[in-house]
Design a binder for this molecule. Sequence first.
Ligand code: FAD
Ligand code: SF4
Length: 292
Amino acid sequence: MEFGQEFGNYKNVVCARATDSKIQEVAQDGGIVTALFSYALDEGIIEGAVVAGPSDKPWTPKPVVATSTDELIAAAGTKYTHSPNVWALKEAVRQYGLEKVGTVGTPCQMMGIRKMQTYPFSTRFVADKLKLLIGIFCMENFPFASLETFTQEKMGISIENVTKMDIGKGKFFAYTGDKENTIGLKETHGYEQAGCNICPDYVAELADVSTGSVGAPDGWSTVFNRTDDGADIFKAAVDAGVIETKEFDDSVKPGLGLLSKLAKGKKDKSKKEAQSRMKMGLPVPFDKYYEY
Ligand code: FAD
Ligand code: SF4
């Protein structure tokens, strides 16, 4: 199957997972983010990574500068609300004195970082130190109050008791221990942050390496290696046995067709939203991008 620009530029795409069972246990999907940062730390490629760590409040992530695999493991798993990881990059450089920094973020966070690297006014001291940007696929995100409201009001569970959250197969999942609680995504759409409606990037097109669950079987991840540095680090982690891969052939289900459909759908939706905002005279980011 041929794919077009819905995936952005990339060198190769594979199905992958971490081989370490400690990472597999806590990871959201294939544990690629945690395993790749852990490998990069061990090899001195980075000295620390800004990740979405735990805070005093359940499911309210706090950006932390992880300088060990244990800290990466403590921050593993997806939090379906904002974690302002970009904000903590300055802290990684200034307070921690790191010369080589990694970070993980949603596609919009990758856009912000690349913009900062392109126009590093007063930020060169951070921009030049970013050595590994891992982007995670993202269709939508929720303000924390919305997440708390719909889990409580619509699903009837207290967010404090939730042990894992996930989105897939048209549903939002909140696990309370062994119990699986679900709600259709049609019911959560109204709780999404409004900015997500105009966002064109599903697969973190500007990251060094981007990853998500869609396309891969359960417990595995889809991984795009996009830049030379990203592809080299990923290959080295595979060669070292930290990550195992399989090709996306016909035996790997659901496969890249589904990912392509979702990535295209997000671009189409964002274009429609942008054009309707432009008609109303509202400001639209990247307005030239939508004039086709
Ligand atoms: P892990 O090894 O578990 O590590 C996850 C890393 O992401 C950790 O370092 C953690 O600190 C960091 N992180 C967690 N939450 C956030 C956050 N909110 N902001 C920034 N960093 C964070 N994948 C899809 O395939 N389809 C989707 O539609 C999709 N939607 C998503 C929506 C949101 C809001 C988020 C945050 C993620 C979404 N993902 C989606 C990505 C997916 O849930 C996993 O995060 C991704 O597959 C990485 O899994 P992993 O096992 O490699 O990561
Ligand atoms: Fe950011 Fe876009 Fe995800 Fe919304 S949908 S959190 S704007 S990447």
